[in-house]
Design a protein around this ligand. Structure first.
Ligand code: AMP
Length: 112
């Protein structure tokens, strides 16, 4: 996707503080962190949102969760962390390349 900022981060044409990269996913620190640890985990292949997932994507979504767990351990989030995937404008999705927010390092309020 030519104008997708997360595709550009994945292919290296836009800057980011990358904390993990493999053949399936890239993880980098959020530009506007909402917590001491705020990392975005994205599939390298452009997927618009959770609504665009197909059955064949189950493996990559599982891989995103495993990487999230590994990054949480690296960030010493042993007291807990939150994983969020905003889907659609009413949920607050602003970048339409599916991503998992990994948030931690402070007490997080109840969801509402
Ligand atoms: P969402 O609102 O759930 O779509 O999340 C998009 C997130 O991407 C927001 O938390 C933004 O701060 C973050 N973001 C947008 N552009 C960049 C960028 N170039 N580098 C890192 N994070 C970004």
């Amino acid at each position: 996707m030519g104008d997708c900022i997360f595709c550009k981060i994945v292919d290296g044409s836009a800057p980011a503080d990358i904390v993990h990269r493999d053949e399936r996913v890239t993880a980098f620190r959020d530009l506007h962190p909402a917590a001491p640890t705020h990392i975005l985990i994205v599939p390298n292949r452009h997927i618009h949102s959770v609504n665009a997932l197909e059955t064949a994507d189950a493996e990559i979504v599982g891989h995103m969760l495993v990487i999230a767990k590994e990054l949480a351990a690296k960030e010493n989030l042993s007291d807990g962390f939150r994983l969020v995937t905003n889907t659609g404008p009413q949920a607050g999705q602003t970048v339409f390349h599916m991503h998992l927010h990994l948030l931690g390092g402070r007490q997080l309020r109840a969801m509402g």
